[in-house]
Write a protein that binds this ligand. Structure first.
Ligand code: SF4
Length: 345
């Protein structure tokens, strides 16, 4: 089924009919035939921009459909609760899921949920107005977690850990009350990578942020349909769509410094070594437990020689030429061939 959803996102979304959907107003209006060359130039620019925006929308839909299909995130009859914070990522998530639902060969419902945490100056009218305009069913949950957090956490200490734990619990409860079968979050590829590095650098764990998981209360399946999408694309998409963004620093909390460091590191890699971040991301789904050290994932204690050559055996960590298999180079030979080069005396 989800292969079908993915397929639809890959095929029908490539239709040029997407053009108007993400066109900017400037791009949608053609200049009069008598316009001066300067006007013709700006028309061309607008056309180019509309084309870029169209490509961006297709890419976002394709990658989201692909992630949904790869991890079987949404099934026929699901009720997907989309958690909407008012940030660019969750707006994009809702927008893309609505597009994919129109084209999907399966039926699923979407309900948007916002948790109003009663932060000072939270513009409570923005999301209800936006969602009413879109015609999307929604629920606003009012819970004053802000007061709890500011009361419990000593001044000067970061409040995010308790705040997000409270938020998580509330959202899971709301999902159960609304009869949702999936809880969709707006985390993207960069969030997943940052979490992976945070856990590795500061937590001593090889652990990321999975595209699909069971909630800690065991009652919900949490999905992250934007798992393959780059943050830069979401930033641009939010500009194109002019989402009514609600600032995320209303609580007055400082950005996590460790996360900031990781973001900086990734930005630097992206600049100096293009492709490195993509490789790391792809490594997250190409794990070889027998070549790590976790005894729970691989039975090292019970490992015995089978007498059979194993193409994925110890050659996996040879130097680069081995991986590319240069013909005539001993690096490209398997273990048994190398041994045969040294006959026993
Ligand atoms: S930034 Fe503020 S609202 Fe967000 S998790 Fe931290 S304390 Fe909570």
């Amino acid at each position: 089924m989800n292969d079908r959803l993915q397929e639809v996102s890959l095929t029908t979304l490539s239709s040029e009919t997407e053009f108007a959907e993400v066109s900017t107003p400037a791009a949608a209006e053609a200049p009069p035939a008598t316009a001066a060359p300067a006007a013709a130039g700006s028309f061309k620019q607008a056309e180019k921009l509309a084309h870029e925006n169209n490509k961006l929308h297709k890419r976002l839909c394709r990658l989201t459909g692909q992630a949904i299909g790869d991890y079987n995130m949404i099934e026929d009859g699901d009720k997907v609760m989309v958690c909407l914070s008012g940030g660019k990522d969750s707006y994009a998530l809702l927008d893309i899921l609505l597009t994919l639902r129109e084209r999907a060969p399966i039926n699923f419902d979407i309900i948007a949920v916002n948790l109003d945490q009663k932060q000072p100056n939270f513009p409570a009218h923005v999301l209800p107005e936006y969602l009413t305009r879109l015609g999307v069913p929604f629920h606003i949950e009012n819970q004053d977690t802000y007061s709890i957090v500011t009361r419990v956490v000593p001044e000067g200490k970061t409040t995010c850990a308790l705040c997000s734990r409270l938020r998580r619990g509330i959202l899971y409860r709301v999902a159960t009350e609304l009869g949702a079968t999936k809880v969709a979050l707006g985390h993207h590829r960069d969030d997943i990578l940052e979490t992976f590095f945070l856990n590795m650098f500061f937590g001593g764990k090889l652990k990321g942020m999975p595209p699909k998981l069971q909630s800690d209360d065991g009652k919900q399946i949490v999905i992250r349909p934007l798992a393959y999408v780059k943050e830069a694309d979401l930033t641009r998409y939010a500009e194109v769509k002019q989402f009514p963004i609600i600032p995320c620093d209303l609580c007055g909390s400082q950005e996590n410094l460790q996360r900031k460091q990781i973001k900086g590191l990734m930005r630097e890699w992206e600049k100096k070594f293009p492709g490195r971040v993509d490789n790391i991301f792809s490594a997250l789904s190409t794990v070889v437990p027998s070549h790590l050290m976790d005894r729970d994932l691989f039975d090292f204690a019970g490992l015995k020689a089978t007498g059979e050559a194993d193409a994925n055996g110890d050659i996996a960590f040879d130097e680069e030429p081995c991986a590319t298999g240069t013909s005539g180079n001993t690096n490209s030979l398997g273990a048994s061939q190398i041994i045969s080069l040294f006959p026993s005396e």
